[in-house]
Design a protein around this ligand. Structure first.
Ligand SMILES: C[S@@+](CC[C@H](N)C(=O)[O-])C[C@H]1O[C@@H](n2cnc3c(N)ncnc32)[C@H](O)[C@@H]1O
Length: 239
């Protein structure tokens, strides 16, 4: 096979091989003349995919660490996308004070909700939407959304390679809509999602075992009892 065809095939494979969680995020957005940012870009595969598939016109590939950013730079160079994908060494959104672009889609993936919330502390008007895929439960991110009077455009939960992921799309248009369930998420997003049901059933079993082991701490017991009760009521919604 001629070299350029081999390279073409390699690029095709690389771009096609986004993980399920990153592909799920990408599938949510519509193509347009937009600027995006990928915070915690690591390998840079998400920005490369967005440019390669002409979904947006420019993506800031951002990481707090030099080593992953160098890997991202190498991958970006392989595709010759240096112009479309500027790499930036930055703690979360700190870099946004240095740019004039409006960021339509800000991706945060492969991080836990604690780190994501720290990053969201620097939320500002340059960002229009957050597309988040967290490794941990997102109750606090829902609280952030309510406190800011933003709008949850979509939520999901899924398992990818035996890991659990919570997906939340925060649209920063002001919203009068009330969030019905901050703890577990509005059921409308999960009606068809049996992975979430199974996850909650397993969590209930796990927490019930902990409940039985708690001694001499009535407050902790009551708190956990109420949590389990809410989860059981939620699971009933699937019946
Ligand atoms: C597990 S990787 C996730 C990579 C990619 N987003 C994904 O989902 O496959 C997490 C990356 O986030 C970076 N990171 C962690 N905290 C960060 C922060 N506050 N700002 C920017 N990058 C951060 C790490 O250096 C690392 O490269």
């Amino acid at each position: 096979m001629p070299t350029n065809l081999v390279n073409c095939w390699k690029n095709f494979i690389k771009v096609k091989m986004l993980s399920k969680r990153l592909q799920t995020l990408v599938n949510l957005i519509s193509s347009g003349d937009f600027v995006a940012a990928d915070i915690g870009t690591d390998h840079g595969l998400l920005p490369i995919n967005l440019i390669k598939n002409k979904i947006v016109k420019k993506v800031y590939a951002v990481d707090i660490n030099v080593k992953p950013l160098k890997i991202a730079e190498k991958n970006i160079q392989k595709h010759n996308f240096q112009k479309e994908i500027p790499t930036i060494l930055s703690d979360g959104l700190a870099f946004t004070t240095q740019i004039s672009d409006e960021i339509e889609y800000c991706f945060l993936a492969g991080l836990g909700s604690g780190t994501i919330l720290e990053i969201l502390n620097k939320d500002n008007d340059k960002i229009k939407n957050y597309l988040i895929c967290s490794n941990t439960e997102i109750e606090q991110i829902r609280k952030f959304t309510i406190a800011k009077n933003y709008f949850i455009q979509y939520e999901s939960f899924f398992i990818d390679q035996k890991h659990r992921y919570w997906l939340i799309w925060i649209n920063k248009q002001k919203s009068a809509k009330k969030l019905e369930n901050i703890f577990l998420g509005d059921f409308k997003w999960f009606e068809q999602n049996l992975e979430y049901k199974i996850y909650l059933e397993n969590q209930i079993q796990f927490l019930e075992k902990i409940f039985l082991k708690i001694e001499n701490d009535e407050d902790a017991k009551l708190k956990l009892f109420n949590k389990i009760k809410q989860m059981k009521e939620y699971v009933q919604l699937w019946n």
